[in-house]
Ligand binder design. Structure first.
Ligand code: GDP
Ligand code: MG
Length: 370
């Protein structure tokens, strides 16, 4: 149910909390300023104090964000978004680094130098793949908890000399829960003690049946160290993506998800955003969580300024007034007024929830002491 603290209610009406408490007392309820009251009671009090009440439901303010359907004829195919997961030390970082270096997108010498938390690589078949380059499991779980689905494919790295370990199983479970297809990368096959066949049979225990054993999970044996079969992995990703028929509408106000965000000394709040629908442009008014801003610049994974980022493209977004959080969903809105309406609503909600938690904490502490 909707609630508000007495302090917050007083604040919003510019009334004294003590007067609200007195009114509640007349109705026979004893309250302190940090207590939470329900929305109906709050409305009665506000009206009694001569205020007009406009109760804003979530459905009104958040209307149209993230859930509006796109017409079929606007959909265009987009690059798959890939997260690399696996047990610690099985080679996730090495693989991400090696793939980044195979980058044919840039063509020019040097390639990508900028670290923005995600990057795009061209596959030998000509398509693009977007890799999310943030610490795997934590980010993946945080984003899922916020309802953001950013990953189309999980590449599960399993070291051939170590086989299936606890975090391998965790990653399998994450992918299954999110209904995201797996591609298994059996890594470190350059090592003399590599046992790729053991990895394959060990995976069977977790219902991951590789193609070479008659199943339908794509696999590749590779080495992040020597670079062997990296191109094969990219090909498999593109093949898997073609099966998924990934599409998005680039011709609309942009929506996406914050992959990571920080407060930069020189540049202010900087968020790496994965665009998921629409195209983001400098000058756009954006909201993410309880923060909003106007896009001052978009920086791509090569560190270049760009004037448009479409579906599956990761970009650094400059121009937020505050720093959003990883996992926050981002949307471009029509104007500043709309951005303020949304973020005011969300920050109030955030404050009320925090107060409610605090209130609940206090009363239980009081209970324990009485
Ligand atoms: P992460 O914890 O999964 O990110 O694993 P890292 O990428 O940090 O790799 C852990 C260790 O394994 C490092 O010492 C890497 O150099 C090494 N390593 C990663 N990939 C390979 C590989 O293909 N072959 C060999 N021999 N070593 C590798
Ligand atoms: Mg690592």
């Amino acid at each position: 149910p909707e609630t508000i603290t007495i302090a917050d209610l007083a604040n919003r009406m510019s009334e004294r909390a003590v007067d609200i408490i007195r009114m509640l007392m007349k109705q026979g309820a004893m309250h302190k300023i940090t207590d939470v009251i329900d929305a109906d009671t709050a409305q009665l009090i506000a009206e009694e104090l001569g205020h007009t009440v406009r109760r804003v439901a979530e459905s009104d303010v958040e209307e149209g964000l993230f859930d509006s359907p796109d017409p079929e004829e606007m959909l265009e195919s987009r690059a798959p978004v890939v997260t690399i997961m696996g047990h610690v030390d099985h080679g996730k970082t090495s693989l991400l680094d090696a793939l980044r270096k195979t980058n044919v997108v840039s063509g020019e010498a040097g390639g990508i130098t900028q670290h923005i938390g995600a990057y795009q690589v061209q596959t030998p078949l000509g398509g693009l793949v977007t890799f999310i380059d943030t610490p795997g499991h934590a980010a993946f779980t945080a984003m899922r908890a916020r309802g953001a689905k950013v990953t189309d494919i999980v590449v599960l790295v399993v070291a051939a000399n170590d086989s299936v370990m606890p975090q391998t199983v965790e990653a399998i479970n994450h992918a299954k829960a999110a209904k995201v297809p797996l591609i298994v990368a059996i890594n470190k096959i350059d090592l003399p003690d590599a046992r790729p066949e053991k990895v394959k049979t060990d995976l069977l225990q977790y219902e991951v049946q590789l193609e070479s054993l008659g199943g339908d999970v794509l696999e590749v044996e590779l080495s992040a160290k020597t670079g062997q079969n990296l191109d094969k992995l990219l090909e498999l990703i593109q093949l898997q993506a073609e099966v998924l028929e990934l599409k998005a509408n680039p011709f609309r106000l942009a929506e996406g998800t914050v992959i990571e965000a920080k407060l930069d000394r020189g540049r202010g709040p900087v968020a790496t955003v994965l665009i998921q629908r629409g195209t983001m442009h400098p000058g756009d008014i954006i909201v993410a969580g309880a923060e909003w801003g106007r896009v001052r610049a978009l920086i791509n994974d090569k560190g270049e300024s760009t004037d448009g980022a479409g579906p599956s493209v990761p970009v650094e977004v400059l121009g937020f007034n505050g720093t959003p959080e990883a996992g926050d969903r981002v949307a471009v809105v029509e104007n500043e007024a709309r951005a303020r309406e949304i973020t005011d609503y969300r920050s109030n909600l955030k404050r009320e929830k925090a107060a409610a938690r605090l209130g609940a904490g206090r009363s239980s502490l009081a209970d324990m002491m009485s």
